[in-house]
Design a protein around this ligand. Structure first.
Ligand code: ZN
Length: 311
């Protein structure tokens, strides 16, 4: 387990004076993955051995295979990206039956801020008084977006934001380069993306590369074809983060992500940023975005403001 998660784990192990809690909420800094903590807690709760998690019993074995019948997951569904109340009701119904392996049961809800009002309301009673052997693990980076009455019934486990040096050390030990830690941090606000979500980092890096190519005068339309069928929100968010990094670097007179001054006017950069954010909001609201077309227009605007500097 990563060192910054171990502290949270020790807090769980210490437990409370009021008996063992049955509903946990892991609160983590944005971009810090807590998968190892969540999996460890889940196996500890479900393990059939006294020294849990043993890693050897049939429960531990099935968890590893991803086939554990008593692990229920509430995940966002559909275009709205919310956890639907029907799924919550089904899970609650199951929670009142005997567990398939005859032992305990774990219900995960992540990200917990994806529980809408009715889904949250449906959970209030069972979280307050869970059936024997049923445990809840909520997970969120945005506890403020959860229903307060739900939050008040959960044992909050807070993962402290790790120092970037600690993360860099850990990433390097795990085979991620220092460059990728920095790129993950700037492009995705996730320094460990190279470890936790390598395919997202690859796509983010391709956006950065496209921005460099467009700046050097390559045809925006040709560059943009590579974004066919790619995750529009991720591509546009990365674009927007690069712009913000450039705007900051311009103010500080520094170079960033391979870009250096003289930079375009902040005014021009802000205009492109506005347009990128507009498309990003469309993508986030599930309005169909023709990404290659959108990107070719935005890359053209980006390329244009650099030509104004150079001339
Ligand atoms: Zn076990």
């Amino acid at each position: 387990m990563q060192p910054w998660l171990s502290a949270a784990w020790r807090e769980i192990e210490r437990g409370g004076a009021h008996g063992r809690p049955q509903a946990f909420c892991v609160v983590h800094p944005p971009g810090v993955a807590v998968v190892d903590l969540r999996e460890h807690l889940t196996s500890a709760l479900l393990c059939q051995a006294a020294d849990a998690p043993c890693g050897l019993c049939s429960s531990c074995h099935q968890l590893r295979l991803g086939t554990h019948p008593d692990l229920l997951m509430l995940l966002p569904e559909g275009a709205a990206g919310m956890i639907p109340v029907d799924a919550v009701r089904n899970a609650i119904q199951t929670a009142y039956t005997t567990a398939a392996l005859g032992g305990k049961r774990v219900i995960q809800a992540r990200p917990a801020e994806a529980l809408n009002q009715s889904s949250s309301n449906a959970l209030l009673k069972i979280v307050e008084e869970p059936p024997a052997g049923t445990f809840f693990i909520f997970e969120t980076a945005l506890p403020g977006k959860m229903l307060p009455t739900l939050v008040s019934r959960l044992r909050m486990i807070r993962v402290a934001p790790p120092e970037i040096e600690t993360m860099t050390q850990f990433a390097k030990a795990s085979g991620v380069s220092e460059d990728d830690v920095q790129l993950g941090d700037v492009l995705l606000a996730a320094p460990l993306a190279g470890l936790d979500a390598p395919e997202r980092l690859v796509l983010a890096k391709s956006v950065l590369k496209a921005l460099h190519q467009a700046k050097s005068g390559d045809d925006p339309q040709r560059i943009a074809t590579q974004f066919q069928k790619k995750d529009a929100t991720l591509v546009l968010t990365t674009f927007s983060r690069v712009l913000m990094a450039v705007i900051r670097a311009r103010t500080d007179g520094q170079s960033v992500l391979g870009f250096q001054g003289p930079y375009p006017d902040t005014h021009w950069l802000m205009q492109v940023l506005d347009r990128v954010n507009e498309s990003r909001h469309q993508a986030q609201s599930n309005i169909a975005v023709n990404l290659p077309l959108t990107m070719s227009v935005l890359l053209a605007a980006w390329s244009f403001i650099w030509t104004r500097v150079q001339s």
